[in-house]
Ligand binder design. Structure first.
Ligand SMILES: Nc1ncnc2c1ncn2[C@@H]1O[C@H](COP(=O)(O)OP(=O)(O)OP(=O)(O)O)[C@@H](O)[C@H]1O
Ligand SMILES: [Mg+2]
Length: 256
């Protein structure tokens, strides 16, 4: 089986000569099928850009991106994406927003209605199916976006700070919920987060990026048994991995 994600010397620059921003330089990353990988790094180091390249929403300036062994040449309906902001369609109800990927693929299987209902239930939105996005809090909108990314059961889930807008307790619940979904379905997950705790708690490996241009500083494996819950925060292996990630981020902040 090919890796779920392969990036080969992927580079991304924005703007014209003179005002060029080198957002990513020489990103080489393999993510195995079924692996859970977190990405951390300072604001502006290119995390969202990396996710957009893998999702096929931006072409690399140089290098290659492969998903399931095939070069990415545009958006792929088999990839679920949760963006940093929820980007819901304001005129559609919550339920209709979650159904959007199915509508785009003309998937009108009757069982999908039950699937949408169970996803909304899972995300604590059961009573809100007929509401419009503006009637929901920011955190609730983000949970709608998560349901939408999961609705067509993608093999690859790309998440860009999906829990950043949530209160601490909801965030912890959704962390464990995401782990449960991942363990049950064995999806490949790439999770971008600003939380070292979240990154280490959930991931098999944590990728630490450095800014300007964004590069991979190092990759930290997390040797914690599964399933993990918040008692893992007392485990020496948790501290070892978190300390290593923090040290790499600190070192990255002082390279310039
Ligand atoms: N469409 C664009 N046009 C021009 N520059 C861009 C564009 N998108 C991103 N950049 C630049 O690329 C760099 C990386 O941005 P990116 O959004 O990937 O960072 P990030 O790591 O996701 O940051 P954050 O943690 O704040 O979300 C930044 O310097 C940003 O200004
Ligand atoms: Mg970002």
């Amino acid at each position: 089986m090919p890796p779920a994600i392969e990036t080969r010397s992927a580079c991304k620059s924005f703007g014209k000569a003179g005002q060029r921003i080198d957002a990513l330089a020489d990103i080489d990353l393999d993510v195995a099928q079924g692996e859970f990988v977190s990405v951390v790094g300072a604001s502006g180091c290119g995390k969202s850009t990396l996710l957009r390249l893998i999702a096929g929403l931006l072409p690399p300036t140089r290098g290659k991106i492969l998903v399931e062994g095939h070069e990415v040449r545009g958006p792929d309906p088999g990839i679920g994406v949760v963006f940093q902001t929820p980007v819901l369609l304001p005129w559609r109800s919550v339920q209709a927003n979650v159904a959007l990927p199915l509508d785009i693929q003309h998937d009108d299987r009757p069982e999908m209605r039950a699937r949408i209902a169970s996803l909304l239930e899972l995300a604590g939105l059961a009573g809100f199916a007929q509401r419009k996005p503006h009637e929901l809090s920011g955190g609730m909108q983000q949970r709608v976006a998560l349901c939408r990314a999961l609705v067509h059961d993608p093999a690859l889930l790309l998440m860009d700070e999906p829990f950043g807008a949530l209160d601490a307790l909801t965030r912890e619940q959704l962390n464990l919920e995401l782990q449960r979904i991942w363990m049950e379905t064995r999806k490949t997950v790439l999770l971008i987060t600003h939380s070292i705790t979240e990154a280490v708690l959930l991931a098999d490996r944590v990728v630490v990026m450095t800014p300007r241009p964004g590069r991979i500083k190092d990759v930290v494996p997390v040797a914690l048994a599964r399933p993990r819950d918040f008692s893992a925060l007392r485990d020496p292996a948790f501290h070892a991995a978190s300390d290593r990630v923090r040290a790499l981020m600190n070192a990255a902040a002082f390279v310039e």
